[in-house]
Design a protein around this ligand. Structure first.
Ligand code: NAD
Length: 291
């Protein structure tokens, strides 16, 4: 199946990033979110990201203009009627995602595919609320979408081969590398990475080290490009907490319990970079540790 038009639900950092790479690959994109404001914010983010690539001479001005012109706002799901694929990249909350998928189905053409960019939630469970579980798949992009090469593909129990092959074809067209994960909580990358970040937050919580010493230790001592707390802020602390909850509940193992300090930050609305405050305060332009 050829994918020439994609609908994207959620215009946050991932939805906007996915829209950007699809448009650059010549695919028409419809971008949806809960309000026109959010969609416009997403579009502005994409325009800024493309402008940066032009500035760094990594992209021709004309290619940037063409890509931007391929992305249109979609205030409701009716606009998705001629999409070949809809990718859901809304907040990491199973209820929210289930409602979105149930609401989208009546607007889709029969052969359209559905995908979720979820970091952790069961693809089989999400597919079960749709009228097409055989055409449903997990397409898990990494953050930042433009830079990161990997995409995890996750089949639900009913996902058919044609759906899987079409998703694989899309990833090749986007110039990325697909790996396959079984449908278990948090798949491969986050199953390994997020407990490490959660452990870094416990290390802070228990006073073993400060924000700066923990991040410096892992950057210089383990050669990680970013410290784990810096990475937590980059991912978004709400997303991180949701994934840890899915791991904890889904695998019923106490080693995945979310750190209470992470819970506290999320309750405070300190979600990391996207709200300007998390383990660092970004409001002055220079990140300052908040503990
Ligand atoms: P984000 O908070 O930046 O964006 C989420 C967007 O979804 C927001 O703009 C929000 O308004 C929108 N949204 C919420 N409910 C909606 C609804 N009912 N309809 C339409 N839009 C709705 O989050 P994000 O980091 O972009 O994450 C989005 C998804 O991608 C999550 O499932 C997350 O787990 C996954 N993901 C995140 C990362 C990461 O590093 N942040 C990496 C890979 C995958």
């Amino acid at each position: 199946m050829n994918i020439e038009k994609v609908g994207i639900v959620g215009a946050g950092q991932m939805g906007a990033g996915i829209a950007q790479v699809c448009a650059l690959a010549g695919i028409d994109v419809l971008l949806n979110d809960v309000s026109d404001d959010k969609i416009q914010k997403g579009l502005a983010w994409i325009a800024g990201a493309l402008a940066k690539l032009v500035e760094k001479t990594q992209l021709e001005e004309s290619a940037s203009t063409e890509a931007l012109a391929r992305i249109k706002p979609a205030l409701d799901f009716k606009a998705f009627s001629d999409c070949d694929l809809v990718i859901e990249a809304a907040s990491e909350n199973e209820d929210v995602k289930r409602k979105i998928f149930a609401a989208i189905c009546p607007s889709l053409k029969p052969e359209a595919m559905l995908a979720s960019n979820t970091s952790s939630i069961s693809i089989t469970r999400l597919a079960s609320v749709t009228d097409r579980p055989e055409r449903f798949i997990g397409i898990h992009f990494m953050n930042p979408v433009y830079k990161m090469q990997l995409v995890e593909l996750i089949r639900g129990i009913a996902t058919e081969d044609v759906t899987f092959e079409a998703a694989k074809g899309l990833i090749v067209r986007l110039n990325k590398v697909a790996t396959v994960s079984e449908d278990f909580p948090a798949f491969i990358v986050n199953r390994i990475l997020l407990p490490m970040i959660n452990e870094a937050i416990y290390t802070l919580y228990e006073g073993v080290g400060s924000v700066e010493s923990i991040d410096t230790a892992m950057r210089l001592g383990a050669n990680h490009p970013m410290g784990p707390l810096q990475l937590a802020d980059f991912i978004g602390l709400d997303t991180l907490l949701s994934v840890m909850q899915v791991l904890h509940e889904g695998l019923a193992d106490s080693k995945y319990r979310p750190c209470p300090l992470l819970v506290k930050y999320v309750e405070a609305g300190w979600l990391g970079r996207k709200t300007q405050r998390g383990f660092y305060d970004y409001r002055s332009g220079t990140p300052v540790p908040t503990r």
